[in-house]
Design a protein around this ligand. Structure first.
Ligand code: ATP
Ligand code: MG
Length: 280
């Protein structure tokens, strides 16, 4: 996938690179009944960086995304965004912060075409009026929104799918469309939950290139089990296990941490092949 200059231009208007973290989470705890899904978690995401959240199944990765995006209510914790402490956002407020996310599954609306699904990503919680009141650009009409959605589809290598129904898509193609739906709001912070799951190597390589391009203008917090992919794209890695951060640093640093090896393999080794970290 080649670097598209338009992508750089449209993201620039929504990105103010500050010296501070774009996102900082402190002391985040979330529980479901008696289960502590997140326990005193702290993470930081710098502007124009790719931060990976890895860890075994059930570690709390998606729960952390859900806390940021208003789908679960934290027991405690603080959220700093762009240098200011803010309340944990409700999901309909994410568009104001230019925070976009993809779901661990695909989550496309079956009654809409692909391009209409992507248009919805501009403001999913104002469906009745979303064209008129698109992410603060009130003068945009439906034609312009459609053009924007087509651009987002092109970034995700999915423009040729615009008129398809979601049910006609292959799984890898539906992942591309869900990514386009997140990109259409020109996010400053993009939360990607297992974007490479179910993709072949060719599509994973294209995704890595796209993330590299996006990083020029956005920060990306990514959950992924494909460890080789994470090793290539991430600037910083946090490893979660049973709701706690057990290691953080560069991929090269965390992959040697005994606690990380224990979490993945249940045993300590002196060195490890990156592919062996894949969760089975
Ligand atoms: N809505 C919920 N109600 C009850 N328990 C939940 C809920 N959501 C998550 N959990 C539990 O919280 C823990 C963390 O789940 P989470 O989905 O965040 O894990 P994960 O790291 O994303 O795992 P995976 O890699 O399998 O996607 C798990 O034990 C899970 O069963
Ligand atoms: Mg998950």
């Amino acid at each position: 996938m080649r670097l598209l200059p338009e992508l750089v231009l449209v993201c620039l208007e929504s990105t103010l690179v500050s010296e501070n973290n774009l996102l900082a989470i402190k002391s985040l705890s979330v529980s479901f009944g008696g289960l502590k899904a997140l326990d005193d978690v702290a993470i930081e995401v710098k502007p124009n960086s790719v931060v990976a959240l890895i860890g075994p199944n059930g570690a709390g990765k998606t729960t952390l995304f859900n806390a940021i995006s208003g789908l679960v209510t934290p027991d405690s914790g603080q959220l700093h965004y762009d240098g200011n402490q803010i309340p944990w956002p409700k999901s309909h407020e994410l568009v104001n912060y230019k925070i976009a996310r993809t779901l661990q599954g695909v989550g496309l609306f079956s009654g809409l075409s692909v391009v209409e699904n992507v248009m919805m990503g501009a403001d999913t919680h104002r469906k009745s009026n979303f064209i008129k009141d698109l992410i603060g650009i009130s003068s945009r009409d439906e034609y312009e929104l459609r053009e924007l959605a087509m651009q987002a589809l092109a970034w995700a290598s999915a423009a040729h799918l615009a008129d398809f129904e979601p049910k006609q898509l292959t799984y890898p193609d539906s992942k591309k469309v869900s990514l386009a739906r997140a990109l259409v709001m020109k996010p400053r912070l993009l939360l990607l939950d297992e974007p490479a799951a179910g993709l072949g190597q060719d599509d994973i390589d294209k995704l890595a290139k796209l993330i590299f391009d996006l990083k020029r203008n956005c920060s990306i917090l990514i959950v992924e089990h494909h460890i080789d992919f994470i090793s290539k794209i991430s600037d910083q890695v946090y490893v979660l296990n049973f709701g706690k951060v057990i290691a953080s640093g560069t991929f090269e640093e965390v992959k040697r941490e005994p606690a990380v090896l224990d979490a993945y393999l249940g045993t300590q080794q002196n060195s490890i092949d990156k592919n062996e970290l894949r969760v089975l």
